[in-house]
Design a protein around this ligand. Structure first.
Ligand code: SF4
Length: 456
């Protein structure tokens, strides 16, 4: 089913809202939940013994991209990693003391920052330490975010040799004027070479990130970037909407706001992006993501098993996510935990012999039921009442009578259809999926929406 861009509906419904990489969203995390809760919840999670997904955060980058909102440390000193790695090993030792060692790791992801800030020796050492600490499944999805500008062939070979089988990389925009304005020069020729090397080494599910709404972008120029991206034949593409919030993300102060494309150009770019990727055979997964029909993400969506976590869409529903390193987030069945964001605080907590938990959230039964509905809508564009009733022993129509009433306006507008005891999102509602999910969000009813980015 294709996604349809309906400008009138987008203008009617566009408002700030969560991206639902979790429910409740991270804005609900608080410092009343700390390292002792994490320890307790990790031990409890051993009873269910869900498989594990590990996320390792490498916060270092060689240079600053001025659009970036990640928690990064810009450094040219390669020796900054030694100390950091020693601390993540200490964190892993603490985690190991609380997690049943027989639980398989079915997913491992290194993100950042720039994981290829690490040398070949460090890549091998860190991976070896993870293998010593956890049981990595033979079929595990093992992925890494790379920055092609600072990638050597030796590093790429090292990633593959230790076991990485998937890669994600930022491209953003191929136009030189745009690249200069965001301090990120990255040529098509470089991307072509890296893609070839990745394919030759046998990496699968290669993802490329683009951003629309950057300085000096126009629909014509971004069209060229999209066409060149399609020539590279990535398996997945994420096209993020640039949010200019220099008061929250200080690197963005380097961007002159008068060079940003006006809202009408951004809408044109969004429409064009969806049309071109769909015409080239990519499936619109939802939010900002496209995938080839044979890719695991598109397959999982087809089978109704797609899920979301802090890294975006995932094929691994029902795993416990363990975050390692500064800023990283862990998600257990009924609790979320985030590590300290600065490496100074992160080191201090570990020196104090504690898991470096800065804040978290303990889910209620109501949260868990609503998460199921929201994630089903976000990922699979539908929600079957029977499924939710079977899982939680509730009467869907009774429990969500107010929400179903609220959805009627969206049904009249053609965003969705409620039939045969299910909510089905229609092609014109797919782009507005956050708005549909927001109807089931209990926290939005009491909190201000302004803290979130706009839904389109
Ligand atoms: S966009 Fe990537 S490479 Fe650039 S500063 Fe942010 S994390 Fe580092």
């Amino acid at each position: 089913m294709k996604t349809i861009f309906n400008q009138a509906l987008i203008e009617k419904y566009d408002k700030p809202g969560p991206r639902y990489t979790s429910y409740p969203p991270a804005t609900e995390f608080h410092q009343g939940v700390g390292h002792e809760d994490y320890r307790r919840k990790l031990k409890e999670s051993n009873v269910k013994a869900n498989p594990l997904s590990l996320y390792v955060h490498i916060p270092f980058c060689e240079s600053a991209c001025w659009f970036c909102g990640c928690n990064v440390i810009i450094s040219h000193r390669k020796d900054v990693t030694r100390r950091y790695m020693d601390y993540i090993y200490r964190e892993m030792d603490m985690l190991k003391d609380n997690i049943d060692s027989t639980r398989p790791v079915v997913q491992l992801h290194w993100g950042g920052g720039t994981p290829n800030f690490l040398t070949v020796e460090e890549i091998e050492e860190l991976f070896g330490k993870i293998e010593d600490s956890f049981r990595i499944d033979v079929d595990a999805e093992i992925s890494v975010e790379i920055d092609p500008r600072y990638l050597s062939e030796w590093q790429l070979e090292a990633f593959r040799k230790v076991g990485f089988n998937r890669v994600s990389m930022g491209l953003q925009d191929l136009d030189l004027e745009v690249q200069k304005a965001i301090n990120r020069i990255q040529t098509y020729q470089l991307m072509e070479k890296v893609m070839k090397d990745l394919r030759d080494l046998g990496f699968k599910s290669i993802n490329i990130d683009l951003i629309y709404g950057l300085p000096y972008q126009t629909p014509e120029k971004f069209k060229k970037t999209i066409e060149q991206t399609i020539e590279l034949q990535p398996d997945r593409v994420a096209v993020f909407n640039f949010a200019y919030v220099p008061w929250l993300k200080p690197l963005q102060r380097k961007i002159d706001p008068s060079t940003l494309p006006p809202p009408e150009d951004k809408l044109t770019i969004l429409k064009m992006t969806i049309d071109i990727f769909q015409s080239a055979g990519y499936v619109f997964i939802g939010m900002d993501h496209f995938a080839k029909p044979e890719d695991e993400l598109a397959q999982a969506q087809k089978e109704g098993t797609l899920w979301r976590n802090f890294q975006g869409y995932t094929t691994k529903k029902g795993v416990d996510l363990i975050g390692i390193g500064a800023t990283s987030i862990g998600m257990l069945y009924d609790a979320y935990f985030q590590n300290y964001k600065t490496i100074r605080d992160y080191y201090l907590a570990i020196d104090g012999g504690k898991l470096p938990t800065m804040r978290g959230y303990l889910l209620t039964e109501e949260d868990i039921i609503r998460r199921e509905v929201i994630m089903d809508l976000m990922c699979n564009f539908q929600c079957a009442f029977d499924k939710v009733e079977r899982l939680f022993g509730i009467d869907f129509e009774e429990r969500f009578s107010e929400e179903l009433e609220e959805l009627k306006g969206m049904e009249e507008d053609g965003l969705l259809k409620i039939h045969d005891r299910k909510i089905e999102v229609l092609p014109e509602g797919r782009l507005l999926i956050r708005n549909i999910a927001m109807v089931f969000d209990q926290y939005l009813k009491t909190k201000k929406e302004q803290r979130f980015s706009r839904t389109i």
